[in-house]
Design a protein around this ligand. Structure first.
Ligand code: NAP
Length: 324
């Protein structure tokens, strides 16, 4: 008998077909208020789930008593409570590696856009405000040769630091719970305390996973340690930042600007004060959003789910030692 699985995000047709060859698939094109009850009902028989964009609360976990494997089409797995999945012997699979370079491209784009005021000034041109040769009020800040501070020197942090070091001749410092010898040797990166990174970096760039320890790690106190000329870039998760404190720092000149791909609430509410600030570049969570990379992520997530349902947790498993 084919295992029942629930797919809760649209994936390319060939990958859907691959799932259907081996599983009985119940498909939802995203979960919303209209189909949430049907989703919960489908979970009752599910041995596997695959998708992204749904927080697996206690309610959803309780609705899925037969679950053996969850495969998220993301590298970050903060939608799941790993300890609770492990207690129940449910394997949690994710997609590290395939999105690293694409996400680093996005994050470095934010560095450049924030420093050179790209979106703000491009908008002025479109609005017909470019009427004479520009003056200092439209100048930006240099990126090359400055100091970038990476919070979370993991796969993506390293890829951002690589761009900074080789492409822009930047000085790299980082905050990470363990030392990263490769970054130190290859990129001349220096490991610092969080306070040191905040004080020294011209660009503080967050790529930490969201965990209880990193929730609101950027807050009023940590922002106050940053230089008024510095920029804050977030390519990790929105909830690592206390957004109200960030707005305050941006409005009061505590920091110079921000480039944000992720937000505490997504989609970012249209009445968010962040959207009223000229020194904010806001993107709709596009870190990994290229055709090639999103395909690679879906493919890997499908392979991960099929492997886990067959008892193989040797690759891309967050909790490989759990057994059912
Ligand atoms: P990763 O390779 O696991 O890197 C995470 C790094 O953070 C590791 O070096 C880890 O240190 C460090 N770390 C974790 N908790 C820490 C703590 N409390 N204090 C200090 N350092 C800590 O993950 P990745 O592939 O680079 O992805 C990082 C995150 O980026 C994901 O979790 C996700 O939230 C986010 N992301 C965002 C997008 C987007 O669209 N914007 C796309 C992809 C990923 P150790 O090595 O010592 O464990």
């Amino acid at each position: 008998m084919k295992p029942n699985i629930v797919l809760y995000r649209k994936i390319p047709d060939d990958l859907f077909a691959r799932l259907q060859e081996q599983c009985q698939v119940t498909f939802f094109d995203g979960i919303n208020a209209d189909n949430r009850a049907a989703f919960i009902e489908a979970l009752a028989e599910a041995e596997g789930v695959i998708g992204t964009g749904v927080k697996f609360t206690d309610e959803l976990m309780a609705a899925a008593p037969k679950l053996k494997a969850a495969s998220t089409i993301t590298v970050g797995y903060d939608d799941f409570d790993v300890a609770k999945l492990s207690e129940r012997g449910v394997a949690l699979m994710h997609t590290p590696g395939v999105l690293t370079e694409t996400t680093a491209d996005t994050i470095f784009t934010l560095v450049l856009c924030a420093a050179r005021r790209i979106t703000e000034l491009a908008e002025k041109v479109k609005n017909g405000e470019w009427q004479s040769s520009i003056g200092p009020d439209w100048y930006g800040s240099n990126v090359h040769g400055k100091t970038i501070g990476i919070l979370g020197m993991g796969r993506i942090g390293y890829a951002v630091a690589k761009r900074a070091h080789f492409g822009f001749d930047m000085n790299v410092i980082y905050y990470n719970r363990s030392a990263k010898p490769e970054a130190e040797q290859q990129l001349n990166a220096r490991r610092c305390s969080l306070d040191e990174v905040l004080k020294e970096a011209d660009f503080v760039c967050n790529v930490l996973p969201l965990t209880p320890e990193t929730h609101h790690i950027i807050n009023r106190d940590t922002l106050a340690k940053m230089n008024p000329s510095a920029f804050f870039i977030n390519g990790g998760r929105g909830a690592s930042v206390d957004e109200a404190a960030l707005v305050e720092a941006l409005k009061s000149g505590g920091i110079q600007g921000a480039g944000l791909d992720v937000f505490e609430k997504e989609p970012l509410p249209v009445n968010s004060e962040l959207l009223t600030l000229p020194n904010v570049v806001a993107l709709p969570h596009i870190g990994s959003a290229t055709h090639e990379t999103r395909y690679a992520m879906s493919k890997l997530a499908v392979e991960n789910l099929l492997a886990a349902l067959n008892g193989d947790r040797s690759k891309n498993c967050v909790n490989p030692s759990v057994t059912q």
